[in-house]
Design a protein around this ligand. Sequence first.
Ligand SMILES: [Ca+2]
Ligand SMILES: [Ca+2]
Length: 510
Amino acid sequence: MDRKINRRQFLVEVTAAAAVLAVLKGKGEVEAETVKLTPTPTPTPTQTPGPDVTPTLTPTATGTSEPTGTPSPTATPEPGQRPNFLFIVMDDLDYRSWAQRFTPLDRRHRPYYNPDGTIVTELPMSFLQSRPGAGWTSFDSAYCVGAICAPSRASMLTGVAAGTPNGHGVTHNGEIPRLDDGNTLPVWLAAEGYECSLFGKYSFSDHRGMETPPGWTNFDLGGRATTVFTKGIDYIQGQVSSHPDKPFALFLCPTEVHDPIQLNEQYKRYNLNLADIPPNFAEADVSDKPLWIQRLRGWPQRAGSMNGRRSLVIRSLLGVDDGIEQVFDALQQAGQWDNTVIVFLSDNGMSYGSHRLTSKDTAYEEASHVPLMIRLPWLAENRAEERVVSMVDVTATIVDLADAQAGRPPLGRSLAPLMAGPQAAWEGIVYLEGHGSEKRPVYRGLRTGGDGIGRFSYVEYPATGETELYDLSADPYQMQNVAGQPEYAAIQLLLAERLAFVAANGVQPS
Ligand SMILES: [Ca+2]
Ligand SMILES: [Ca+2]
């Protein structure tokens, strides 16, 4: 593993391995093409099949739902002008719950119909997902580094992993005191003249009254979206009147949709149907999985409880979406809409019974794949990006757009070129890690999907020597671990080598 590794060489080797794999698979059992040399849309397993109908129940306010307008002539902010940043950081919101269409039902549990006779379906955050005001990139393959609250949020604030040599050290919930909070994103932004504020959740089980960490002007912990967004709106209105020329970075971090969920009044009696449960729910054959999965006992075997839980999540999101509309209105009224970069994301996902798991903190898709949307107000179009990105890329993006200096060697890279031009090169290899518990061994892994490499999930458990490799183009639900299978040997070797580099250095190769 001490062979010198660099990105260019990796691309050459992985392309060759992909060609070999394609030939091997052409002979036999696995049908779907595995490795593509150009980015491709993955099948989106989270959407219900059927006609793409426009929901009619809820008007989508000011949104434009598809690419409109002409490309921005500059694709950059005004020279010398630093944009504001608005972060909306959700808690435990998995990609599937966010992206999946559901069917609203009337009081007698009947669906609504469109004029053409098709059943009305809705997205859980139809206002935000209408991409109001244009300039949005929907990153449909975004991953957190550690798939649990405090480690993930610390990665967002530092741009590094937890357990690598230069990591932030917050490997488990409750360990936020281990964070060197004098060297974080708000500190770097404050050094450039930003006023940084956080309303809501900071790490995990935050105690009110904790000392305000460096970099923050306002640091007001706790609260559901209704509370957090009200404070955010007050701040936007007050900030602009008191010092309109000072750029701000505003983090609104509601507790939704972390358990326990409380619903806004108007959604307590809201009825809906969900799409079918995914095939990896209560996975029947786990003989391909590591021992800790095989040893799980008492996993949910009926979908009802999991769908009940997810239905609650969706009704909660309807309320959060209403609040986001009010926050955006406040930005517009304050004259800051055209100068504010907006980032919407979640700290981690949730398993909902997939692979017999109910929670998070694993490398599986359900736990580590999160929603991510970013709006650059100087762009005129909306678009979706399928290539794989990481939450630490978001941190690098903010540093880039603010023209700030990161105080830590970044694990991620700025997404700004990717948002400005879909033709921009993007490797699409991100690092995943989890630091385990009594029953779950420590893992580290890579999720891939970008230029030159297909969609794979590769995970190692150093304590047990077990490995998992999923060929996600053929097996999006991770039903069959192909680690050790001869046709994947070349790909697995390259991924193992690359993973070893990142784990040993805390950065991607240059
Ligand atoms: Ca969380
Ligand atoms: Ca299986």
